[in-house]
Each structure stands twice: as structure tokens, then as C-alpha cells.
Design a protein around this ligand. Sequence first.
Ligand code: ARG
Length: 286
Amino acid sequence: MKKFIAVLSVVVILASLCCACGKKGDDSAEKVKVIDIALSEEEYAFCVNKEDPELLTKVNEYLKKIKEDGTFDKICNNYFGDGTPNKVASAKKDAAKDQLVVATSTGFEPFEMVENGKFFGIDLEIAAGLAEYLGKELVIEDMQFEAVVTSVQQGLCDIGMAGLTITPARQEVVTFSDSYYSANQNLVVPGDCTDFDKCKTKEDVEKILKGKKDAKIGCQRGTTGAIYIDGDADDPDGYGFEGLPATKMEYDYAALAFTAMINGEVDYVIVDDAPANAIAKAINAN
Ligand code: ARG
């Protein structure tokens, strides 16, 4: 009997703890939640045409300079810290002028954004400085993410600056600069989902995800998040991602995958960590 009462009281305590948690969740009414565990390790770099080693040298020179003189940290602080983002102006593409034509894909905060036709973001502030360093006029060409690498490969743009992860497949068609930022994939879940609350490691998260065979997971089309879901373990040059049994749902923009999750069309989203946090913050603030 004593044992029974002891067990019962533990159950009651646990139940009340759960209620307290649930209540807290309701009060803050978070729509989405980022599980802060790195599912991959990636390096962002800029990409240039394979036939343009001169630009590559200059880009690496510029990256080294801004890393050393504090400019890079200052730009990051405009987005991650207490600084103020700077708007970046783009000229019209004109073959007769000496321009730096940048391929990007906005909607990937804090790296590239556009608001009322005005560009900003970490990559685009770096682009502005790079154009000045090269003595060229900056042109920003905003396109779907999948087109970024192709447009540089085809020589339509000089450089891809788009939170772009260095991958072996991309290295086959373009050349990457030195890396400037370390990133990883994060899982994003609906605010009331508690499935991953106890997870501490990537293995904990993946164990649960591997059991969710009927799940739908949203991601941005053509990204490393999509590769993570598909898996590339049989590709000798791949990341070695094992892949997930879930159904992959691709969207043109990361934020559209979040909307799909809020509307119940997908169960989770997998996206790069910084955009995951920035998009979740914006959604939860509304
Ligand atoms: N880092 C990921 C990749 O390279 C996602 C990049 C998405 N970038 C963007 N501007 N939408 O695949």
C-alpha cells in the first residue's frame, strides 16, 4: 500500500509538472520551436566561375581583410547583436559598365533579405564592401536558390553569395572561396510539439525522426536540408547523411515551409540554423 501511495504521488507530481509546462506553452503561445541541436556541420562560402581564378583570389583577399580588421564581426553584429542592418543598393545590370554581378536568393534571413525593393543581410553587406574593394558597381540579381550556382556556372553572374554551403556536387561546377561562416541544419517543430524536448544530441533527434515513417518534412528546394532528408550515404563524395524515412516536401523559400507547418501540411521543417531562428522569431512575434 505504501508503495502504491509513493508511486501515486510521483505520478501526481509528474502530472502537475506536465500541466505547468503545458500552461506555460499556452501563455507564450509560440507557433514554432527550433530544436537547438546541430544535425549537420556545414561551411558557407561564396562561389565563382571556374574560369575566374582572378576574382577568386580577390574574394579571398577581401574575406581575409574583413575578418582581420573587424568589418566581418561588425556586419554580423548588425544582425545577431545590437547593430543596425545597412541597406544595400543595387545598380541595373549593364554589360557596358564595370560591375560585380552577385547571384543571391533573398528570404534567407539574416544572410539575404529584401524589403520594399531594398536589399540587406550579412552576405549583401559583404557584397557591397567587396564591390567597393574591387572598384566595381554592385548589381544584385535575386533569384530562386537553385539558380544561384547555375547562373555562376553559366557566367550570367560573377559570384554567388547566398548562405551557400560548400558541397562536393557544387564543387564540380563552381569554385568556392574560403569559408566565412559555420552553419548546421536544425529541426523546427510546431510550438506545441514536445516529441524532441528531451533530446540532447543529434543521435537522440535522429532516433525519433527515424521512427516517424509517415511524417512529412518541409525544406527549401535544392538546399543541403533537402539532401539531409534524402540522404547521400551511397555517394562517395557526399556528406554521408543517412537520410530519413519521412516524405520530403520542398518549397521555393524557407519561410513557405514554415507556413506549411503552421497550416498542418508538414510536420516539421529542416533548415539552416540562423534562418531557422530568425524566421521562428518573426513568426512567434506575430
Ligand atoms: N546552406 C544551404 C545550402 O547551401 C541553404 C542555403 C539557402 N540560401 C538561400 N539564400 N536561400 O544548401
